[in-house]
Design a protein around this ligand. Structure first.
Ligand code: DON
Length: 307
């Protein structure tokens, strides 16, 4: 496969979709990013990396971080099906927006899945218990997995989200009222905002997500996750990683994927490669418009999907 040629063609296809959608503004610091950006990178399982456009420009990972917090919790506890985290968060698509509160009351404060905000707060809470410093352990983990020691938090984004974080605070307090948080709410939401503020490029994210394509193995061959754990993360990405658009995304793209309101999406082709695409214009469900078009075209051109 000539990845570089495929990426060039994918970028040409996605170009008309760039600037479609809206750059997220509910976290005001995110609005500063130019809507014209587009980048895509592929890291194959052997460590070769290819990219086109703005693939080396850092952007706010936002909800893509939820994939890595779940992986870290699993790696720290080697918890598969029976681990405690799955007693506190489900594995079903929510069919509701990523920051929705409605299901929590009827479902005893147990979020539907680890990728909606409520579920990600539970995972961060668990990571805080396991490590004593959830966001810093995540930053160190991402530096190691991406091979980029310069990765950093964006303080302006973290502060901006905290200033406008009433919804996430409400989710956390509501879950705490059901006894589903181990740490104080202010600490959980602070670590969650910090983890979302980490800046990474398409290159960094495609490389860091390599273990998901290598059935749990890191680039150096050491094991981060059991193969079944990597499978489980990929499965939850497929069914829940793009929120209430997960069905449509599986239909169009056919890959496990995780989006963020910074405009990034990572996608995994198990046994082959990890992709990351970035373009800040979002659709109504919070997923990058040009990013989805690019991944759609990638699987069309290559015939690679999990189906
Ligand atoms: O909690 C929030 O609202 C953001 N920090 C992350 C949301 C997000 O990225 C949803 N993704 N599409």
């Amino acid at each position: 496969m000539d990845y570089q040629a495929v990426l060039e063609e994918v970028a040409a296809h996605a170009r008309p979709f760039v600037r479609q959608g809206r750059v997220a503004d509910y976290i005001p610091a995110l609005e500063r990013v130019s809507a014209d950006r587009f980048g895509i990178a592929v890291a194959d399982i052997h460590g070769e990396v290819y990219g086109v456009g703005d693939w080396e420009v850092p952007f706010s990972v936002q909800s893509i971080s939820k994939t890595f917090s779940l992986a870290l919790v699993m790696a720290q506890s080697h918890g598969g099906h029976d681990d405690g985290i799955w007693r506190r968060v489900g594995r079903e698509p929510s069919g509701t927006p990523f920051n929705s509160l409605v299901q929590l009351e009827a479902e005893n404060g147990i979020p539907r899945n680890p990728f909606i905000n409520a579920g990600a707060l539970v995972v961060t809470d668990r990571l805080q218990t396991l490590t004593g410093d959830a966001s810093t352990s995540m930053l160190h983990f991402l530096r190691e997995e991406s091979g980029n020691p310069d990765l950093a938090f964006d303080q302006a984004v973290a502060d901006s989200e905290a200033e406008h974080g009433d919804r996430n605070a409400a989710l956390a307090h509501f879950m705490a009222s059901f006894g589903n948080l181990e740490n104080p709410v202010p600490s959980v939401i602070e670590h969650y905002f910090w983890q979302c503020s980490i800046e990474m490029s398409c290159r960094d994210l495609a490389v860091a997500g390599g273990f998901l394509a290598r059935h749990g193995l890191r680039a150096d061959g050491s094991r981060l996750l059991e193969a079944r754990e990597a499978k489980r993360i990929n499965a939850v990405m497929l069914t829940c990683g793009t929120y209430d658009a997960a069905g449509e995304f599986a239909y169009r793209v056919g890959l496990p994927a995780k989006s963020g309101v910074g405009g990034g999406i990572i996608a995994v082709i198990p046994g082959r490669c990890t992709l990351c695409v970035w373009s800040p214009g979002l659709d109504a469900r919070g997923n990058s418009v040009a990013g989805a078009a690019a991944l759609d075209h990638f699987t069309t051109l290559t015939g690679w999907s999990v189906f």
